[in-house]
Design a protein around this ligand. Structure first.
Ligand code: UD1
Ligand code: CA
Length: 502
């Protein structure tokens, strides 16, 4: 095929640097298979999900279904420039996700007339390659090893097509693999299968590697004589076999890989697989996880040995935990860094926060972006910290807001203390020195500096600097009126007023 200027959303394909020795598009390990393109089918609406969101953008295991497939491709050594996503329903939104993975191409299949029609829609992209990997965007458990293995098997078996198969314990409504004398000769979709074919337990996973030229010939001959009036990619298998091409099966090592998502029940099932895998990964690294089926751990999360995670804990994004941390029930940590031996008590929510060794957070603490908690500090019940450094051994144990602030080592922040960091237009900083004692319910109006070892009386509104070692009081002096109650009663009796009714 001559033309490589493709009618794709992302524009033309980047030229391979001339003289580059490794042929572009050869996945690592696919030796001898020639240049491979990857086609990800993602045009379907996912009717059975009953959703406005396109199926491949639904989330499982901390990423979109399509995101997982794109990650597997990268892990298999397939360059984004060799990858095309076939989008259709809500194509712009799917294209956005693809665009975020620099260089992945998108073609639009409109209307969506079946999986064979979808591969055909991307033909301009793949026709100049030697081979074509095809995967479904709704099957996020596909592994890098499978992608590499399919390409390698195509070369090793000198086949026209290789397709991944699995024989799960319980049946699924998948295409059945029809073999004759051991050779794959067809895939029959469940709705067209004879009773004998329905009894076949070897299923079509939906991951294929084709030699490009015979695939193009088979697609050109596809019909749509089936209940859905669709052009099935699966029908190319019989066409290739009839044309004398060798078709090889590629049994999947991991039975979970065949789990795809067609409805919400399957979405939950696949999410649970990702959860189990992530939990297993941390357990192997020496982490104790109670009730792992309730714990969410994103792929990039790391944790040191002897760390304990209790039920309902979520570790998201790039969160990193040191050794011997204890994250108690229902705490959610996003992009956080914790040193060794940090304890996070139940129901705490931490985001882009750094907590040094031995600090204690929670219960019910909120650390927002830019919170930096030094070693052995305590942040307690209903305390919110934002863009603030809390010094070594400092304590804010109850009901406080510390925003745009610095608190020196060993200082004590009383219950109900508020840093008033916002004047309606701009944010200002509060600087509190070492060993400072802030009494309960203090209102600290920024910009403000409270020097080392100073005291602030409870209930004070502090608007000016407090020098080192001073006591600052910013509140009305208390007045006692002795005998006031008795006088009032006597006054009422004289006026012979009845007691006011309650
Ligand atoms: C398909 C296979 C079936 C296999 C199963 C494994 C066909 C005909 N059947 O069935 O043998 O066991 O996958 O998961 O291929 N898509 C498009 N454009 C379309 C139609 C679909 O891009 O016109 C995309 C969908 O978005 C989806 C993928 O192709 O990501 C598979 O389509 P789906 O309708 O889910 O096929 P299955 O019924 O699951
Ligand atoms: Ca499917």
């Amino acid at each position: 095929m001559a033309s490589r200027s493709r009618a794709t959303r992302q524009g033309g394909r980047a030229q391979a640097p001339s003289g580059s020795r490794r042929p572009r598009g050869a996945p690592a390990g696919g030796a001898g298979g020639g240049r491979c393109a990857l086609v990800i089918l993602a045009a379907g609406k996912g009717t059975r999900l009953r959703s406005d969101l396109p199926k491949v953008l639904h989330q499982a295991g901390g990423d979109s279904l399509l995101g997982h497939v794109l990650s597997a491709a990268v892990a298999a050594g397939i360059a984004p420039a060799d990858t095309v996503v076939v989008a259709g329903y809500a194509a712009e939104r799917v294209a956005e996700v693809a665009a975020a993975r620099g260089g992945v191409r998108v073609v639009v299949q409109e209307p969506q007339l079946g999986t064979g029609h979808a591969v055909l829609a991307a033909r301009d992209f793949w026709s100049a390659y030697d081979c074509v990997l095809v995967v479904h965007g709704d099957m996020p458990l596909v592994s890098a090893a499978t992608l590499r293995g399919l390409a390698a098997a195509l070369a090793a078996e000198r086949a026209g097509a290789v397709l991944a198969t699995a024989t799960p314990a319980s049946p699924r409504a998948y295409g059945r693999i029809v073999r004759r004398r051991g050779r794959v000769v067809a895939i029959v979709e469940e709705r067209q299968a004879t009773p004998a074919q329905r009894a076949i337990r070897e299923l079509n996973a939906g991951f294929y590697c084709f030699r490009a030229a015979p695939l193009a010939r088979a697609l050109a001959r596809l019909g749509n004589a089936n209940p859905h009036r669709e052009y099935y990619l699966t029908d190319t298998i019989a066409l290739l076999a009839q044309a004398g091409e060798r078709v090889a099966g590629y049994p999947l090592g991991d039975a979970d890989e065949i789990l795809g998502i067609n409805d919400r029940r399957e979405l939950a099932e696949v999410d649970a697989v990702f959860r189990r895998r992530a939990a297993r990964r941390l357990m192997e690294a020496g982490v104790t996880i109670y009730a792992p089926e309730t714990v969410t751990i994103d792929a990039a999360v790391e944790a040191g040995p002897d760390t304990v995670l209790e039920a309902g804990v979520h570790l998201r994004g790039r969160t990193r935990l040191g050794r011997g941390c204890h994250i108690e029930a229902y705490s959610v940590l996003t992009d956080c860094e914790l040193g060794d031996g940090v304890r996070v008590k139940p129901h705490s929510v931490l985001e882009q926060a750094r907590v040094a060794e031995g600090a204690v957070i929670g219960p019910f603490s909120r650390l927002r972006p830019g919170a930096e908690i030094a070693a052995s500090a305590h942040i307690g019940n209903f305390v919110e910290v934002k863009n603030a450094r809390i010094g070594r051994g400092a304590k804010a144990n109850h009901l406080a807001y510390l925003g745009d602030a610095e608190v020196g080592a060993a200082s004590n922040i009383g219950a109900g203390t508020i840093t008033c960091n916002y004047d309606g237009e701009r944010k200002h900083r509060t600087k509190i020195g070492k060993k400072v004692f802030i009494g309960s319910n203090a209102t600290l109006v920024a910009p403000l500096e409270i020097a080392d070892e100073a005291y602030v009386g409870a209930g004070s509104v502090i608007t000016g600097a407090v020098p080192a070692g001073a006591l600052a009081l910013g509140r009305a002096r208390q007045v006692n009126k002795p005998g006031w109650v008795a006088q009032r009663r006597a006054g009422r009796a004289q006026a012979q007023e009845p007691e006011p009714r309650r």
